[in-house]
Design a binder for this molecule. Structure first.
Ligand SMILES: NC(=O)c1ccc[n+]([C@@H]2O[C@H](COP(=O)([O-])OP(=O)(O)OC[C@H]3O[C@@H](n4cnc5c(N)ncnc54)[C@H](OP(=O)(O)O)[C@@H]3O)[C@@H](O)[C@H]2O)c1
Length: 291
């Protein structure tokens, strides 16, 4: 099995290591040559001078470039893909990338995928992996690739690109937004570090989210955020909810606050019968509860 990886960034490196450990022949090409050579030294893989050279004879072509580079790369390699080759992208959004795969790859098979984990993952074991086939040909390969992933312990979901992007607005965009706004708020409170000494589990959770999100790369996060279709809707709803809660606080309306909290609790339980389990698990991990 020969795999070409285009893009030697964080995820390209991760997939290079994965395929190398599988014993596959791996050839990598990327824009910045020192990064590519570092990968060659580390994993003993082959490197190519151009993206077109990299894909020659590859069974699978994994396109691991940033979102803004996806179309130029697919435009470049698309005409050189031959029948029997499969081109996969790993972008964190799926509607636009899957359209681009089909626009530029006329021969061979394509598959939109999203590994829903970062480069810190130790293996595929237990990780969510989403596949978004849109044609019969995509679906045929998706079945095969699903089996490959599941043999290695990944939890695979198959859905449409549109549904995937709606989920990601909730799964990635919303927590990123809450984390960024929380970090921005804490940054205006000089005592936030000192408060750690007296903080309980809720504060640890908030800080973990705010600091983890703030550590990420601004270009990746802003590209992702602006591309997710439901973000303005979710953030608009969030803002109106902030106003509702703030009004109760300003009015010192204890009973209103309590009733609203009961309502949220009831709705969450109705919609997600397992929600208390998740709550208990989180506090168990933090080895703590709030008092
Ligand atoms: N990071 C995550 O946690 C994560 C998780 C799941 C999926 N993803 C998806 O994975 C993709 C890559 O993300 P990443 O975090 O690995 O980004 P990254 O670290 O910025 O890596 C992207 C790589 O692509 C290279 N590149 C850009 N244009 C190129 C071109 N024309 N030809 C060849 N290589 C080119 C870049 O080269 P330079 O080194 O010159 O910039 C860089 O090495 C994105 O679509 C992202 O949505 C990311």
């Amino acid at each position: 099995m020969k795999v070409a990886v285009i893009g030697a960034g964080k995820m390209g490196r991760w997939f290079t290591k994965l395929f190398k450990n599988e014993g596959y022949s791996v050839v990598v090409c990327s824009r910045t040559k020192p990064k590519l050579l570092a990968l060659k030294d580390e994993f003993g893989i082959q490197t190519a001078d151009s993206n077109i050279d990299a894909i020659k004879g590859a069974d699978w072509v994994f396109v691991c470039v940033s979102l803004d580079a996806l179309e130029p790369v697919l435009k470049e390699i698309g005409p050189h893909i031959v029948s029997g080759q499969v081109v996969l992208d790993i972008s964190s959004i799926k509607e636009i990338p899957v359209q681009l795969l089909h626009k530029h790859v006329k021969n061979g098979t394509t598959l939109g995928t999203h590994p829903v984990f970062g480069p810190g993952a130790k293996s595929l074991g237990g990780q969510n992996f989403v596949l978004t086939p849109v044609t019969e040909e995509d679906e045929k390969f998706a079945k095969q690739f699903r089996a490959w992933l599941e043999e290695r312990g990944a939890k695979v979901s198959v859905t449409t690109p549109k549904k995937h992007d709606e989920y990601m607005s909730m799964v990635l965009g919303f927590p990123h937004f809450v984390g960024l706004v929380a970090g921005d708020t804490l940054a205006e409170c000089p005592d936030f570090v000192g408060a750690k000494q007296v903080g309980g589990a809720s504060y640890k959770m908030l800080l973990t989210l705010a600091e983890a999100v703030a550590l990420e790369e601004p270009v990746f996060y802003s590209n992702l955020h602006m591309s997710l279709p439901e973000m303005e809707k979710i953030e608009g709803l969030f803002l109106s909810k902030v106003e509702e809660w703030l009004k109760l606080v300003k009015q010192k309306d204890c009973s209103g606050f309590g009733a609203k909290m009961q309502h949220v609790k009831k709705r969450l339980k109705e919609l997600d019968p397992e929600y208390e389990k998740a709550y208990n698990e989180m506090y168990r991990l933090l080895d703590d509860t709030d008092s």
